[in-house]
Write a protein that binds this ligand. Structure first.
Ligand code: ATP
Ligand code: MG
Length: 600
């Protein structure tokens, strides 16, 4: 392609809304244009990158026997009501764009396709003989993200490959999951990305497990905890660890002590000259279930530890049926306004004890009359601990479970693992932390959707059973930008060869020099004919500006038809290493061909 004909526009300045390098560079280099919040136009160079990423994804998927197809983006509300996700997706999380059509039918723009595919499976899968089967698509997804940002990283419209597999049993599901693990690793490696598979939160669906593929980069929105022996890595949402040992308590007598103005752990510890590891902190949450029921939740946790809200959310989801509900719509620390709705009297905030009475709750049709009480495992073993006294300005010291306070029945791991914690598999290993961009997520779903939507098959023994299901997503557009986030310098993008929009660019320093033009045109033709995707910078710009642009857009090889052509040579500059050398004109095609073949 000739730059003169390409709507080639680069910007000198960073766009005001761009916070991270890859976003700035993709806009400046003319790859993308913002159309609205989280909505981008993919310009010709970007589209080539996206097609290359898609092709790699497609090849790796096809190699596993998965079948490509295309599902509708407009999805009827009924399907989402059948699976029980309509309210969570349109109201609670609010991540789904929904609309009402002229026939007064509710519809949604697909953020994901479990409902659609399960409907297809219900209609088409009859017998174990048809299993396993794996369908996938590459398509634009819509999600009304709370905070669209970072360009293509978190868009409201983005390209995803999503695949769904169906199985007769868990064993078969696990096999496909392993295949996907391998396929995802291959895709990312082939796209030139440095990544790490990590254990991920699977929500409350089941213990069957899920893996996220993280591209390691400072700009990542996720935190990954890992050990250097390579045996453990997990998203912080899911990570487990051993907390540091608690310091032994010096309070041997149980008594109530006046501790004015000590609403925080830090202040209590200063006043009582004790360690946060000797304190039982009592954290109040309010959960709202999808049937409108409000449940007040009290978590007892060691003073130096923090509640992991994803783990708490999962525990609450497991208990949904106790409250005649299906899902948790919201989980938050109740603010004063929220407290007004259910507090029977003023709460001893900052001084709550594990045994705070249920009479603090003004029960109603909506509000459950009892605190749901959890104790985190870090608080279970504490002896002679410090905790609130249910009275403003007072704490209890030297308290024990089974004496002053009843240990809650629900003792669970509900804490946030932290950098520096000891690893569970080997206490000699401590957890390290890194930032990651989640580019892929593979998931053993089990029978959640097939059960809810009645997708069954007949076993060899003639019995009806719900289908076992897996799902696998990779963010094609996010991955393309993540590649830039991992590979750039002060001058611009440095594309990995496999997903660069073009392999080479022939730059004519002086368009008025007939010989330069002639050599460039010849090379441009020959390179393209040889399958080396090549651009020609035939614009009337100054040479310096052309070199700058070539660096900015990040094409791996630049060929300059400059002074050396008098000696029958051209200059070749490699974008990544900045190496430059002269090659005899007739050898350009064969040299580049070899280099590119070797690298791909
Ligand atoms: P995140 O935690 O980043 O919001 P997610 O867990 O909601 O992502 P999945 O539902 O697992 O994402 O979707 C599969 C893949 O789609 C993700 O791994 C990611 O690469 C991509 N993806 C998800 N949301 C977006 C988005 N808003 N913009 C671009 N890509 C996205
Ligand atoms: Mg995910």
């Amino acid at each position: 392609m000739r730059l003169s004909k390409m709507l080639f526009v680069t910007l000198r300045d960073d766009p005001a809304d761009a916070e991270i390098p890859s976003h700035k560079l993709l806009v400046r280099a003319g790859y993308i244009r913002r159309i609205g919040s989280g909505v981008y136009a993919y310009l010709p160079l970007m589209w080539r990158v996206l097609q290359k990423v898609s092709l790699i994804v497609r090849e790796e998927m096809n190699a596993t026997g998965a079948l490509e197809c295309l599902f509708p983006q407009i999805q009827p509300a009924e399907l989402w009501k059948e699976s029980g996700r309509w309210d969570t997706y349109t109201k609670a999380e609010g991540i789904m764009f929904s609309l009402t059509d002229r026939r007064e039918q509710q519809l949604a723009l697909g953020p994901t396709h479990e409902e659609v595919i399960t409907t297809v499976a219900r209609d088409t899968i009859r017998s174990y003989r048809q299993l396993p089967v794996h369908l996938y698509q590459i398509q634009t997804k819509f999600r009304d993200e709370i905070r669209p940002r970072f360009g293509l990283m978190r868009g409201r419209e983005f390209i995803m490959k999503d695949g769904y597999s169906f199985h007769a049993d868990e064993e078969s599901l696990k096999e496909t999951y392993q295949d996907m693990y391998q396929a995802y690793s291959n895709m990312l490696r082939r796209c030139g990305l440095e990544f790490r598979p990590v254990e991920a939160d699977s929500g409350a669906i089941g213990g069957s497990g899920s893996t996220e593929f993280m591209v390691l980069a400072e700009a990542g929105e996720d935190e990954v905890l890992y050990t250097e022996d390579g045996k453990y890595s997990a998203n912080v949402e899911k990570a487990i660890s051993s907390a540091p040992d608690a310091e032994p308590s010096s309070f041997t007598n149980c008594e109530k002590i006046e501790t004015p103005k000590t609403e925080t752990i830090e202040k209590v510890c200063k006043t009582l000259k004790c360690s946060p590891t000797q304190v039982v902190k009592n954290v109040l949450y309010q959960a709202v279930y999808d049937n409108g029921t409000i449940v007040l939740v009290l978590v007892n946790i060691r003073g130096d530890q923090d509640v992991n809200e994803v783990k708490l959310y999962n525990e609450l989801t497991k208990l949904a049926s106790t409250y005649k509900a299906n899902a948790v719509l919201a989980l938050e620390v109740p603010n004063p306004e929220a407290q007004e709705k259910w507090a029977a009297k003023s709460l001893p905030l900052g001084y709550i004890a594990p045994d705070i009475g249920d009479d603090y709750i003004k029960a109603s049709k909506e509000v459950n009359s009892k605190f749901l009480r959890f104790v985190d495992k870090t608080a279970v073993d504490l002896k002679n601990f410090v905790t609130g006294a249910n009275e403003s300005g007072f704490h209890v010291v030297g308290a024990n479970w089974g004496e002053q306070f009843k240990l809650p029945d629900l003792a669970v791991d509900i804490r946030t693992a932290k950098i520096g914690d000891r690893a569970v598999h080997d206490p000699a290993q401590t957890l390290k932390s890194a930032r990651g961009i989640e580019v892929g997520h593979i998931f053993q779903l089990g029978s959640k959707y097939s059960q809810a939507m009645g997708a069954t098959y007949t076993t060899e023994q003639g019995k009806d059973k719900p289908l076992e299901m897996g799902c696998y997503g990779v963010g094609v557009s996010r991955m393309a930008q993540a590649a830039v986030e991992q590979s750039y310098d002060k001058d611009g993008i440095i594309w990995p060869l496999a997903i660069a929009p073009y392999h080479a660019i022939v730059t004519i320093p002086n368009i008025k020099d007939a010989q330069q033009v002639e050599v460039a045109e010849k090379l441009y033709q020959e390179l393209n004919q040889a399958g080396i995707e090549t651009l020609l910078d035939d614009r009337t710009e100054r040479a310096g500006a052309k070199f700058k642009d070539a660096d900015l857009i990040g094409i791996p090889y630049r060929i300059v038809t400059g002074r050396a052509i008098k000696e029958g040579k051209v200059e070749v500059v490699e974008r990544k290493s900045s190496d430059s050398y002269e090659i005899v004109i007739d050898e350009v095609v064969s040299t580049l061909n070899k280099k590119i073949k070797d690298e791909l």
